[in-house]
Write a protein that binds this ligand. Sequence first.
Ligand code: C5P
Length: 280
Amino acid sequence: MTDASVAAPRPEAIVEASAPAKVNLTLHVTGQRADGYHELDSLVVFADVRDTLRLAPSETMRMSVNGAFAEGVPADARNLVWQAAEKCGGIFDISLAKNIPHGAGLGGGSSDAAAVLRELKRPDLAAQLGADVPVCLSAQPQRMRGIGQFLDAAGLMPELALVLVNPGVHVATPDVFRALDRKINPPMPPLPKGIDADWIGWLSEKRNDLQAAAVSIAPVIGDALAVLDDALLARMSGSGATCFGIYPDMAAAQSAADRIAGDRPDWWVTATRTIGATPS
Ligand code: C5P
């Protein structure tokens, strides 16, 4: 008997998927491997702002990209979404709406590719598509170690009200790692346990070790952090340039987002909430 929950989708089925933004609430760089990649210790969560995808079975593989951030996104085999669909053995007409800035510390193509693997029931292929893809599969809060291959569920976390701010600059990830002063930094202590723990206090004592390096390359990231100075906590995500602020509730987040968007009409600013862990 076939278990429908694990069977590959029928070729005639249209698949719709959404890819939430990945946010590194912390990102400690704890070492460098012989192959040059850096060892990380990061608390990764997902925010309810999404790219969306539609895969319709087709005679030939095709792809179109639209949305506010379509510019510069390849609509061919260079795109991780295309590669994910192909690895799953499907031939599709793919539409991808890029609503989230890419190359911006928010998961980008990795989250898009993970969404495809999730919907096509092939999570086993994630690591083949890149170090950041496995963490994006579940879209749940996780502690990520190594270069992304060691994942532990963070368990129940409070839903956080966030403002995401991208100051419109692109910083290349390898450049940020190269600009690091110190590549061996302390890992994180154990995560707080449970929804009622002092997460903000715990997060405040942690770091994004890439932040100072990214600011040195693109000082406008410092401006993005400065406009979030009324947040409970403001920090950069990933290798930048997007920064997040955590606010007491969604009303406060929305009013901060309105203020920042008014002051900086050329920046991408959005109020959103984290996607909490599903109670098991
Ligand atoms: O994962 P992504 O393709 O964005 O990584 C781009 C580059 O960033 C890598 O080629 C590597 O130079 C650097 N990197 C790293 N350590 C990591 C992740 C990325 O040094 N854990």
